[in-house]
Design a protein around this ligand. Sequence first.
Ligand code: GLV
Length: 327
Amino acid sequence: MKKPAILVARAIFPETLAYLSKHFEVESNQADEVLSPSELSMRLQGKVGALTTGSERIDGAVLKVNPQLKIVANMAVGFNNFDVPAMTASGVLASNTPDVLTETTADFGFALLMATARRVTESEHYLRAGHWQKWSYDMFAGAEVHGSTLGIIGMGRIGQGIARRGALGFGMKVIYHNRTQLSPQLEAECKATYVSKETLLKTADHVMLVVPYSAASHHTIGAAELALMKPTATLVNIARGGIVDDAALAKALAARQIAAAGLDVFEGEPTVHPDLLKVPNVVLTPHIASATTKTRLAMAQLAADNLVSYFTKGHALTPLNQVASAS
Ligand code: GLV
């Protein structure tokens, strides 16, 4: 019997590709070209499944010219590149990769928080540039992390992982804001207290953003919110570009309205707002929060397994919507 045809839209691990090739006729993109929407639509012609990353948008326009498509498996937990209602309306199953990246991403949230508060990259640049001539008592003095107040906006699985690290590892007081309050049991496990967004911004020494991107979370942090934060506070965004108004943040950092920021995600990435590149008090990383080899392999495998499970058993392992089954 002919194997179903799928597109793997970006380069992935050769072993994941080999696994997929056992089950599917695979068109791959190991050259890792970033596909424009029209190139994506073209490459999807004749494909019943696709493995995407966060950089491919699956929307009404792509679906309209690919009515044969049955499932798109995103190799990411975030899925703001999917128009899920349009996919559901077209009978296309959507899946993502939750859980397998939770702890790794929470680790990175903490890495970025530490680097930001303790001015790790700023001081490294200074040293590499040959400016370090003598030690001085206040050289790169940063903000305390242990024992301080950590404010988490977005208390899903990754937010909870960060809360546990803060409370249990660093003795931090953890406050959080979320669309819904956690159960008393989860709050106790995370040692986290629910507060309003305003209280969180006014109280936290370190604000961590882990909220999924949607129209409702667009610019969760803009000029008005930055104005509420302490001048000594740091802001870390490991969620998605667009959660923070990057232009407003660059202004606040330049004016030292807040002390520092750590950003792994950007509005319009991979382009970074030019004003962010000019300020020294920001740590910038290229969307790598889940990037350990083990975790990226697990994400690729889960995305692949979603495709395999859908075509062999009629359901995906981690679906985002419900559509009529394949078999
Ligand atoms: C990465 O940003 C992801 O959503 O998995």
